[in-house]
Design a protein around this ligand. Sequence first.
Ligand code: GRG
Length: 287
Amino acid sequence: MTTTTFDLTAYLSDRRRQADEALTHALPELGPDDPGKLKEGMQYALLQGGKRMRPMITIAACEAAGGSVAAALPASCALEMIHAYSLVHDDLPAMDNDLERRGRPTVHVAFGHAHAILIGDALLTRAFEVLGRGVSSIPGERIAAAMTYLAHHAGIHGMVGGQALDIEHGQNILSLELLERVHALKTGALYAAAGAMGALCGGASESQVRDLEAWGLKFGIAFQHADDILDDDQQTLRTEALARVDGLVSECDGLAEQFGERAQPLRALAKWVKDRAHAAHAGVKAD
Ligand code: GRG
């Protein structure tokens, strides 16, 4: 198909600004009534940095389906809140025991261990509240379906299950198949939710929702392979992983074809992941 030049940098900058603004309003307001400084902790975990890739995919999927940015914002916020909660819990001493994230002390270092658990819990539950409130233009049954996709992909059959699999295997992953199973659950699942929820909010048909869910899953796996190559993780599988990125991105493009010009952001995002993986493999530091 013919494509006009698409400025991904300008697109991301505009959509990130809108997602950031929506995230600010999606949190409980700060005030004197904040036992344990949980509200402050939620802001700390959610509003300081991060690439906002999951909201970007939610918005791009919604636009591919013919919807507006505004229609995708509640789902985008919900997803980013779940991502933020997962990072807070992942950094805890019982998990990765990380002291810094995004250049600052991790939440449990800044707020204490018990409160970090509660801040994660509060973000997780607030996500469903924000999604449930939705926007008036989206029918309730679509919001309910989006919630089901989100719970499915964030839970035992998605990110939480992937984290458990990762803990079980640790650094001893020698097959690409197992590595991809971990990536699909731990990282891909939230991107699959982004594709499906964006599609639902954009008014997509059932088959389009499934296709954009599949797009998100493949994108997420490719994103994690690219991250591994960039961080020099899983060194023995590096070259195989690069070939998989190419394959996954081309499958993404196949799925996006039906959406024509409206899928330009999705195509540009998939290309960005591919370029990132190739640059990292060649030893060039990407953003
Ligand atoms: C604790 C239930 C639970 C899950 C934890 C998030 C996670 C699952 C683990 C963190 C370690 C890791 C490498 C996970 C893969 C997902 C991932 C790439 C997280 C980082 O996402 P980015 O790059 O981060 O989008 P930013 O900071 O840009 O938001």
